[in-house]
Design a protein around this ligand. Structure first.
Ligand SMILES: Nc1ncnc2c1ncn2[C@@H]1O[C@H](COP(=O)(O)OP(=O)(O)OP(=O)(O)O)[C@@H](O)[C@H]1O
Ligand SMILES: [Mg+2]
Length: 398
């Protein structure tokens, strides 16, 4: 059964749509390649040889009047289905389209990434309008990885790493990654990803969202690179009302819905960060290459060991690595008291990317920092983990 149905004689758009779905969405596309639409839903279903799809896309080269008539019938008979019209409309037409029940408009010039984001939104609203017990189940049955990025000191690159990990994982598992900004007072994930979120963590911890993961998902922001984001509230005062228990529950909910939950945190060891850490399967510890930051990390790791809340997997990242600091990796490791897993060099491209709101892994530039960031992302790839575990096992056996 096809999840998406395209009605359009335009072969070029058909190919673009199929590429958008193939690179990141579950389900397949079925096309009725004609500019004459079926008389009604039953006729369409008979042509498709299936019951209703989730999203029906009325593509380019279908006459507007035809499209609107068709949409109206669907809106009355199948309000649960998401209808998308592909059009570079003028505002007058838009009003008619909305009255006819069209729920979203897609520009025919849109690229595959834009098409994917729109289709994902259409599927989300399909799920919301067709709620049943099956929509609450996860696809793989188990929970996703919860990856927290932490550091006792500020300004060492947590947000830079968290946004790049999320974007990098989004390339491995499109639409299966959510980044959560738990630097609740001064978070800058939104700025790092150039997002202007409609909803934030404040909405995500309301009872409505806490009791229903579909409502929670409706509060996430879709990023064009194929990931979701839950940004920090714009007003630092709002953050005061959010409790550690709410955060624990939120992360648990997200881990049931997503393959990867990536968390950016505030510097230090505050209650919210510790609550998040307890939900993490993986902790990425970041230090810059200076003695105060390295010593801070050492004490931080010691405290956690005493509290016994260290997540299962630890990844130590030395960021802004620079040979001119007078320190080498051995000095760093002996100061932290732990081996460095990934070392990210100081890079102009990274500094620039923060100001542009485009993480370097989104840009796929050639840069030494990009290579190290990819290594870091790879550590969360199931294939890498399986291999690492086998190596570990071999070592233990010997
Ligand atoms: N490898 C790098 N090379 C060059 N600049 C970097 C690198 N990593 C981070 N930066 C820059 O350092 C600054 C601080 O980074 P970032 O905001 O990620 O740190 P942070 O730990 O999240 O800070 P805070 O504790 O305030 O949240 C940013 O301007 C960023 O561009
Ligand atoms: Mg930060």
């Amino acid at each position: 059964m096809s999840r998406f149905v395209l009605l359009s004689p335009n072969g070029e758009f058909d190919q673009k749509l199929r590429a958008a779905v193939a690179h990141g969405l579950r389900g397949s596309v079925q096309t009725i390649a004609s500019d004459i639409l079926p008389a009604g839903p039953q006729e369409l279903f008979a042509l498709l040889n299936q019951e209703q799809p989730e999203v029906l896309i009325i593509g380019p080269d279908v006459p507007y009047e035809e499209a609107l008539r068709f949409a109206k019938v669907f809106d009355v008979q199948f309000p649960g289905l998401s209808l998308v019209l592909v059009s570079d409309v003028d505002p007058d037409f838009l009003l008619h389209a909305m009255r006819a029940g069209i729920r979203d408009i897609l520009n025919p010039q849109a690229d595959a990434a834009e098409i994917r984001v729109l289709l994902e939104r259409a599927c989300q609203s399909f799920a919301t309008r067709n709620r049943g017990p099956e929509t609450h189940q996860t696809e793989n049955g188990g929970k996703g990885l919860v990856i927290g990025v932490f550091s006792p000191k500020g300004g060492v690159g947590k947000t830079t790493l968290a946004t790049n990990i999320a974007i990098g994982l989004g390339q491995i598992a499109p639409m299966s990654v959510v980044i959560v900004d738990l630097d609740l007072q001064f978070g800058d994930v939104a700025s790092g990803l150039y997002l202007n979120p409609e909803h934030t963590v404040t909405d995500a911890v309301t009872p409505a969202a806490a009791q229903d993961s579909l409502v929670l998902k409706a509060f996430l922001t879709v990023h064009p690179a194929g990931i979701y984001a839950l940004c920090a509230p714009p007003n630092p005062v709002d953050a005061d009302h959010i409790t550690p228990d709410q955060i624990s529950h939120l992360l648990d909910q997200l881990a049931q819905e997503f393959q990867y939950v990536v968390i950016d945190t505030a510097p230090g060891m505050q209650e919210i960060g510790l609550a998040a850490m307890e939900q993490c399967t993986d902790a990425v510890w970041v230090s810059a290459m200076d003695i105060p930051s390295l010593r801070g990390l050492r004490s931080g790791l010691e405290v956690l060991r005493q509290l016994e809340i260290e997540p299962e997997s630890r990844h130590v990242v030395l960021n802004m690595a620079d040979s001119k600091t007078g320190l080498n990796v051995q000095d760093v490791e002996s100061t932290i008291g732990a081996p460095v897993d990934v070392s990210v060099p100081r890079s102009r491209a990274v500094a620039l990317s923060t100001n542009r709101g485009i993480p370097v892994l989104q840009d796929s530039k050639k840069d030494p920092a990009v290579k190290s960031l990819r290594q870091l992302v790879e550590r969360f790839n199931p294939a890498w983990r399986a291999q690492a575990q086998r190596k570990l096992h071999r070592r233990v056996v010997i």
